[in-house]
Structure formats: C-alpha cells, structure tokens
Design a binder for this molecule. Structure first.
Ligand code: SF4
Ligand code: SF4
Length: 132
C-alpha cells in the first residue's frame, strides 16, 4: 500500500469544500507560502482558494479531470486545510468523508489496508470506532 495514492485519480475534495485559511498563509504576507494570486479575500482575516467559493465549486489550483487524473498545481504550497484533510487510512485511521465524496463521482470505496480494523458504527460519523 506504500505507493498507493488514491488522490491521483480522485480530487473530489478539492471541489467540495470552501478552502479558507488565515490570510497570512498567502505569499504576499511575511512568511506566507500560498500563491496570493490564486486566493481571494473573504474578510480582513481570512482568504480562500479562488474557485472554492463559487457556485460550481472547484479550487483553481486543481488540474486534470475528476475521477480520472488530477493534481494540485501548488502542492508544496497548499494551504493548511488541504494539509489537514487526511486521506482515508493515511495515518491508520479512517476518513469516511473520502468514501462519501468518492461515491459522488462513482469511484469505489478505498481499500482497507488494515483488514483487522472494521468500522462498526458507520451510521453516526461521530461514533465511528474500530475493533482490532
Ligand atoms: S476525497 Fe480523499 S481520496 Fe479523494 S482526493 Fe480527497 S483526500 Fe484524496
Ligand atoms: S490547493 Fe491543491 S489540495 Fe488544496 S483544494 Fe486546491 S487543488 Fe486541492
């Protein structure tokens, strides 16, 4: 599973959320790193990725075709929300949101690399737990 990257043919989360973050992450602020030209102002303190606040939501940094082949054109400089959205089982724990979003573009659920762990309470995401 080490080389398996389910995001390369997915990308749906980059079209689902408004990607908002503290303005100081943009590179026109001291120490910022997100290309400011790809952001828009939400309020005096927050910006978001262009496109992610539109009715047809899609982050302007996303390249490619959803469900086929995608990439983030600013991957090394992506903002905090993108870094903090965990890929399913990336850290050994589930992100059920991945499967929920993938289903919207007819992608299959992600394989469980830890078959001994089973989701036992999927009806309530807040209550999801594992059994070993
Ligand atoms: S929804 Fe999950 S699998 Fe799909 S691109 Fe986002 S993090 Fe990757
Ligand atoms: S910055 Fe990159 S990872 Fe973040 S939403 Fe946009 S395309 Fe996706």
């Amino acid at each position: 599973m080490d080389s398996f990257n389910p995001c390369l043919d997915c990308g749906i989360c980059c079209t689902h959320f408004r990607i908002s973050f503290y303005w100081g992450e943009a590179d026109d602020a001291p120490g910022g790193f997100v290309p400011a030209a790809m952001t828009e102002k939400l309020n005096p303190f927050m910006r978001c990725m262009k496109g992610s606040n539109d009715a047809n939501r899609r982050c302007s940094a996303l390249e490619g075709t959803l469900g086929q082949q995608v990439s983030c054109s600013i991957y090394e400089n992506r903002p905090t929300p993108c870094r903090e959205f965990p890929v399913y089982f990336d850290d050994g724990t589930p992100n059920p949101k991945c499967d929920e979003l993938r289903a919207k573009i007819n992608l299959p659920p992600l394989p469980n690399p830890h078959p001994s762990r089973v989701i036992v309470a999927a009806a309530d995401p807040a209550a999801e737990v594992f059994t070993a």
